[in-house]
Design a protein around this ligand. Structure first.
Ligand code: NPW
Ligand code: ADP
Ligand code: K
Length: 500
């Protein structure tokens, strides 16, 4: 699913009006109805509801929502924040229609007009939408601050009032902190960014049938992975396949005290459909790995506690494997750096690089040029900062991410809520699955195993990253559903993986 910018959203609105065709006021009514359908599913008809409206089209939506809820017998009170002398045409139209239904419309011009809010009430926030053009101030700012202080639940219409759709807010901006955002048709870029979490709440999309062809043709660099899109990426298995069909992966993982990382990524790799798996671990990990993961072959490194790449027994050269995953638990010993330095120039096919292998790259940035094209790097934000630079805000972080992926012709999975996957072409795919239960040691190692397995099976690197990150998050969601997010451990995520 595409993520469009504010100008495109506005043009999409116009394109729908022109091509359907539909009168703007009827499109607003459709949006309000979609919101109301959602609202009815979430709040009973007895819920005291205060609708706060601005004077633009977001406010117009609010007025229409208020009328539709009144018609459905919700106890609704309308508060219009009168911050400017002019209202939008559709606001005025809906204002007239609302006045036919209720007398109960109040106007907020001064602080004393802001109503008290109780904990059993629900606030519908329709003050400002995607038309936000400057920080909130005056009575708008005061009203927003009062709503944020109140114990009432808050549902924002389209986007929280005061939050920019696709540009950074200032540190002192006053923005609604909703429990829910019900947004129209498409996700907004602002929802993907960690710093905006409290200004988004639990967000949901409602379909208002905007012009599909416009969306299909609109250029964008931002995507949000839908379940149907992930499913389309999945390769079908040939009835006559054999294990050679699905690649032979080599994992370099583990060091003394971190053999668990090797076990987790190996198990995840096997559970993600790799044909054959060899894991190279320091000698101290040999018995552990052979016992914990009998399906994998194990190469014991010559070194007792860390990886050097050298093995006593003869084995295929690293270049003979379909792909390599490197990093989980390997540490940053000089011998391991030497291994990486020797290994990288020999490789031609994409590999998967994680954890301490990334930290070694950060400390030896000249090695980045040696990464095989289309390799996948999976940093969490701290690792990414070490690889690149500090950023002032999440939008700048996305720019740095995009430039980094383009510069080195690699795929970068910046992990976290809504993991951002940057492609060598400059696109960014945000993942839609996962939950805070995944914030537990070892889930990143699991992801490395998954991605290594997909690359070994012949998935293109971008598809491997989009599908693998989606499946990893979905497995986490299954675990959270069954046992709650708090007790989740990385092994649960492996057990919950499904590829259908
Ligand atoms: N697109 C779609 O598909 C559909 C969109 N729909 C709805 O339309 C909404 C967008 O409506 P919108 O463009 O009228 O913008 P909105 O945010 O209501 O207000 C803009 C007004 O506020 C002003 N203003 C700006 N910043 C301000 C500030 N800080 N403090 C005070 N004022 C400020 C601004 O002033 P100006 O910048 O012009 O000076 C302008 O007058 C969208 O979110 C959705 O709810 C649906 O109905 C149908 C389908
Ligand atoms: N709040 C969250 N929502 C969704 N996914 C999350 C969240 N927190 C963490 N994750 C996921 O969990 C994984 C954590 O990886 P990482 O930080 O490398 O952990 P570790 O190194 O301990 O294995 C990543 O895939 C990340 O996207
Ligand atoms: K709003």
């Amino acid at each position: 699913m595409k993520i469009l910018n504010v100008d495109q959203i506005r043009a999409l609105d116009q394109s729908t009006i022109l091509h359907e065709p539909i009168a703007p006021i009827n499109l607003m009514e459709r949006a309000a109805l979609a919101f109301v359908d959602w609202f009815i599913d979430h709040f009973p008809v007895t819920t005291p509801t205060k609708v706060f409206c601005g004077l633009g089209n977001n406010g117009g939506d609010g007025l229409s929502i208020a009328r539709l809820l009144l018609e459905r017998d919700y106890p609704v009170e309308v508060q219009v924040v009168r911050y400017a002398p002019r209202e939008s045409d559709d606001f005025m139209h809906n204002h007239r229609r609302l006045k036919l239904v209720t007398e109960n419309i109040k106007y907020i011009e001064f602080s004393r007009d802001i109503p008290a809010l109780r904990h059993n009430e629900v606030v519908i926030d329709a003050i400002l939408g995607t038309g936000l053009s400057r920080p909130t101030e005056g009575i708008v700012k005061e009203t927003i601050a009062a709503i944020n202080r109140a114990p009432a639940s808050v549902v924002s219409v389209d986007i929280a009032s005061g939050l920019y759709t696709d540009q950074p807010n200032g540190p002192n901006d006053v923005i609604i902190e909703p429990d829910y955002t019900v947004t129209f048709q498409l996700p907004k870029l602002a929802f993907m960014l960690p710093k905006n979490g409290r200004y988004v709440g639990n967000w949901q999309i409602v379909d208002i049938r905007l012009h599909k062809r416009y969306i299909d043709l609109a250029p964008t660099a931002y995507y949000f992975t839908q379940p149907s899109e992930a499913k389309l990426l999945l390769h079908k298995r040939d009835r006559y396949a054999n294990k050679g069909t699905f690649g032979h992966a080599l994992l370099y993982a583990g060091s003394f005290g971190k053999i668990g990382a090797a076990v987790l990524s190996a198990r995840a790799c096997l559970r993600s459909g790799v044909g054959l798996l060899t894991v190279q671990v320091p000698r101290c990990g040999y018995l552990v790995l052979q016992t914990a993961v009998p399906e994998a072959m194990c190469l014991a490194d010559d070194h007792q506690t860390l990886l050097t790449g050298a093995t006593e027994i003869s084995s295929p050269a690293p270049t003979d494997f379909t792909t390599i995953g490197i990093g989980p638990g390997i540490g940053k010993a000089p011998e391991t750096l030497a291994m990486l330095k020797k290994l990288l120039p020999t490789l031609k096919k994409p590999i998967v690089v994680d954890a301490d292998a990334l930290n070694l790259l950060s400390e030896n940035r000249e090695l980045l040029d040696q990464l095989p094209p289309n390799s996948i790097l999976t940093p969490h934000p701290k690792e990414f900062e070490r690889l690149t630079q500090k950023w002032d805000n999440d939008y700048q972080k996305l720019d740095i991410l995009r430039e980094f992926a383009k510069k080195y012709t690699i795929v970068v999975v910046l992990k976290g809520a809504y993991s951002a996957i940057a492609t060598p072409d400059g696109d960014i795919h945000f993942n839609s699955t996962g939950n805070p239960g995944l914030s537990t040691g070892g889930t990143g190692d699991v992801l490395t195993g998954i991605l290594t397995a997909l690359v070994a099976q012949g998935y293109d690197s971008v598809e491997a990253a989009v599908l693998g990150v989606f499946a990893h998050g979905l497995a986490g969601d299954r675990v959270a559903e069954q046992r709650g997010p708090i007790g989740m451990v990385a092994s649960d995520v492996i057990d919950a993986l499904r590829w259908d």
